[in-house]
Ligand binder design. Structure first.
Ligand code: GLU
Length: 434
């Protein structure tokens, strides 16, 4: 579909995408930081400090299984930086959760909150467990015990978890309840992403996908394309992917392909995204949908579309498949879907990649709205959430776009420049103690 993206990306990017370098979230995050640091006027000591988390909590989480047996899972909470406010970020339940991944993801949360100019720092945690192997009762016991194990390090003014891969509003409700029971008072502000009936915000669940759609719409406009004439493929039709696809479809884009873990569906005339049930709504309904063509997830990534939105998991665009990526623009819906090496190659090819720390930041932004509502004990209407989210996303988009235009940077480097400048200035203003 060859569309033109007229912004040339910086040719000075470190082209050191070494195939042997492990591309864990942490390695990826550190290399992105080093690369962007070259473009900011921030003390090198601050940059060095930002390569490391402030704290990493590792806990053992014993779980009584339904059959009476006992299993012990490992949980983590990485707290990267809190110079601008309490640590903020999700808790994931996924078999691959480990310390390094949590640290890398917590770094991305620090940048994400700073790009959005939220008064939060970055955190991320999780339990190395496959939630699909747990009954609902087991998930509840695991979440409550995790809340107890992390009780000393979380809190509305200290560190505020939220949903992430494998967790959702119900886990946040259990977490909030367990924490509140121990504290002796109801403390809704300890987590965000709760069901609205107990202090959650309207619009929080759809917010990451909505922000991906808003940023994609702005990028389409930036490159002077017509949204009605733009084809989109979305990998992952869970909460982020489904909401992004449905909004873009509503706004006139042609969503030609979507996928879940089992496979992708394709219709060159555009899918009816409202009719396809999301993976979270009914697992298996995406790949099982009666569409003109079925594809594999790999084939979806390589489709000749205008916009590709990887919204499933990390590390899906790698050195192995990057040469086969034909999209003219990539907007990251998941956290860390593009490895450092692949990102460098895409930049050399002139394919813009709008980064996760901007595109999916609607989630943490509405988390911030939720935290404010919890502190003030006053609920916002869904319309107000949508309006304020739109405003915040446009403010962040404009700040990043200004850096792209002024310095001829890639979208990722520009987003890092915005974030690092805010964090660096905050650190210099507060000073090192003692
Ligand atoms: N887990 C989400 C993210 O990666 C949201 C974090 C939050 O709301 O605190 O951005």
């Amino acid at each position: 579909m060859s569309k033109q993206t007229t912004t040339e990306t910086g040719a000075d990017a470190a082209a050191d995408g070494d195939a042997t370098e492990p591309e864990s979230a942490l390695a990826n995050a550190r290399r992105q930081l080093e690369r962007a640091a070259a473009h900011v006027d921030v003390d090198s000591g601050v940059i060095e400090r930002l390569k490391h988390p402030t704290k990493l909590q590792q806990v053992s989480v014993p779980l009584r299984r339904d059959d009476g047996s006992l299993e012990v899972f490992t949980g983590f909470r990485a707290q990267h930086d809190d110079v601008r406010g309490p640590y903020k970020g999700g808790i994931r339940f996924h078999p691959h959760v480990n310390a390094e991944e949590c640290i890398g993801l917590s770094m991305w949360m620090t940048w994400k909150c700073a790009v959005m100019d939220l008064p939060f720092g970055g955190g991320k945690g999780g339990v190395a467990v496959d939630p699909k192997t747990l009954s609902e009762e087991e998930r509840e016991r695991l979440t409550r015990r995790l809340a107890e194990e992390l009780r000393d390090v979380v809190g509305p003014k200290q560190d505020v978890p939220a949903p992430d891969m494998g967790t959702g509003p119900q886990e946040m409700a259990w977490f909030m309840d367990a924490y509140s029971m121990q504290e002796g008072e109801t403390m809704p502000g300890v987590v965000t992403g709760k069901p609205p009936v107990i202090g959650g915000s309207y619009g929080r669940e759809e917010a990451p996908g909505r922000s991906v759609a808003i940023i994609t719409r702005e990028a389409i406009d930036y490159y002077d394309w017509d949204i009605e004439d733009t084809t989109v493929a979305v990998q992952g039709f869970g909460s982020v992917g489904a909401n992004a696809a449905r909004r873009l479809d509503e706004w006139g884009a042609k969503v030609v392909a979507v996928s879940d873990v089992d496979g992708a569906i394709y219709d060159e005339n555009g899918l009816d995204t409202q009719d396809v049930e999301g993976h979270d709504e009914r697992p298996g309904m995406v790949s099982g949908y009666d569409a003109p063509e079925s594809l594999s997830n790999e084939e979806l990534l390589e489709l000749d579309v205008d916009v590709l939105i990887p919204a499933a998991i990390g590390n899906v665009i790698t050195q192995e498949n990057v040469d086969d990526i034909q999209a003219d623009l990539i907007v990251e819906g998941a956290n860390g879907p593009t490895t450092f090496a692949a990102d460098t190659i895409l930049e050399e090819r002139g394919v813009p990649v709008v980064p996760d720390i901007l595109a999916n930041a609607g989630g943490v932004t509405v988390s911030y709205f939720e935290w404010l509502q919890d502190i003030n004990r006053r609920k916002w209407s869904l319309d107000r959430v949508h309006e304020e989210l739109e405003d915040e996303m446009l403010k962040a988009w404009n700040a990043v776009r200004d850096e792209v235009d002024a310095r001829d940077l890639s979208w990722r480097d520009a987003a890092y420049v915005v974030a690092l400048t805010r964090i660096g200035t905050a650190k210099e203003t507060r000073g090192l103690w003692p």
